[in-house]
Write a protein that binds this ligand. Structure first.
Ligand code: KG4
Ligand code: ZN
Length: 339
């Protein structure tokens, strides 16, 4: 199922520069240089600045991943080539191409979302990641750019069941956090404030009730804005954060469980940056336990953007004989392969 030689993976589609070395599904090293601090002062990601920061970080991050892995030579180089910020993607992909050329090993471009979907297959050596989720399974992808329900028949074969029609779940956290003065990125800040708040004090809308598999979070952002205007500067940030977290988590859990029932899933995986949310993990785990479903979510470091997940997706495709030429391009938008 996995490529027989060690694989170097590079990820630079957004605001993390990451490199990892894998041996099969075992992650030997996973290095990440985050740009969060830099983008924080602008309140969001500035694409041109992201690309420049990737240029500075990419070789040191690759060097760190190679050194920590203890592997002298890799048998292939894979890199995220789609979708994402084009300038950001170009940096990681150019590094991947250069190394594949210099080392005379195969090159392969990876779809970022396929990386997230298969992130539950990464084994970091802990007991938690020893088992892979069974196939087929239902996957809920929730990140800053994505909110999707995907039927994963097997690695490489996917069916998109539903998605957001506007903002992603992570965007709803980030935009809500900004309105509440919590800065960027907002997910973790909302989670921390919510832990001290009462989720029932303010009622926020659960969008798109009549469409059971798709999501809409833009109305939630407007509702938070109205709430902030109504309550004024004395607003209880913990209570508002708890209400926002509950509104997002309720909708995600409700629709994931609807899909699990409707399509007869035996297992559910939760992936992407928002999968780091403690409340969401607990709620989904409880619902899965109730129904006798296997619930699987990666450790935190493989939830937010990382290269280990790109290595997993790349390694599986390499093992099937897939290769790319040096003309491989970056794409800002691209459908999920095998969909
Ligand atoms: O997967 P990711 O690192 O990047 C994308 O591909 O988008 O996801 C980043 C998103 C951000 O919106 C961030 O606010 C959210 O994940 N996030 C969280 C938490 N940690 C990160 N959202 C909710 N709760 C968290 N603990
Ligand atoms: Zn991502």
């Amino acid at each position: 199922m996995f490529f027989e030689k060690p694989v170097l993976a590079i990820e630079s589609s957004c605001d993390e520069t990451a490199a990892a070395v894998l041996d099969g599904r075992r992650v030997l090293s996973s290095a990440i240089a985050s740009q969060v601090e830099m983008h924080r002062k602008w309140g969001g990601i500035v694409p041109e600045a992201a690309a420049r920061a990737h240029i500075e970080a990419v070789l040191p991050v690759v060097e760190e991943a190679m050194r920590e892995s203890g592997v002298g030579r890799v048998g292939a180089v894979v890199g995220t080539n789609r979708p994402g910020l084009i300038g950001a993607l170009s940096v990681g992909l150019t590094a991947a191409k250069t190394l594949a050329f210099a080392w005379d090993v195969p090159l392969l471009g990876v779809h970022h979302l396929e990386g997230h979907i298969l992130s539950t297959l990464a084994d970091d050596g802990s007991a938690e990641t020893a088992e892979m989720p069974p196939f087929p399974h239902l996957c809920l992808v929730v990140s800053g750019g994505h909110t999707e329900l995907v039927w994963v028949q097997e690695p490489g074969s996917y069916k998109l069941l539903g998605q957001t029609l506007d903002d992603a779940a992570g965007e709803a956290f980030d935009k809500g956090a900004r309105l509440l003065g919590l800065g960027y990125p907002g997910g973790l800040a909302i989670q921390e404030q919510a832990a001290k708040g009462n989720p029932k004090r303010f009622r926020l809308p659960r969008g798109l009730k009549d469409d059971p598999l798709n999501f809409s979070f833009s109305g939630l952002k407007t509702a938070v804005l109205r709430l902030v205007e109504r309550e004024g500067p004395g607003i209880s940030v913990p209570d508002a954060s708890a209400a926002l977290q509950a509104a997002i988590a309720d909708v995600l859990v409700h629709k994931a469980m609807y899909a699990a029932d409707r399509f007869g899933a035996k297992a559910l995986t939760l992936v992407g940056g928002v999968a780091a949310n403690q409340r969401l993990r607990e709620m989904l785990r409880a619902e899965c336990d109730k129904r006798g479903l296997v619930f699987c979510t990666p450790p935190f470091e493989f939830c937010t953007d990382n290269a280990a997940m790109i290595g997993i997706a790349g390694s599986i495709r390499l093992a099937k004989g897939e290769r790319d030429g040096f003309e491989l391009d970056c794409l800002p938008n691209a459908p999920l392969p095998g969909a």
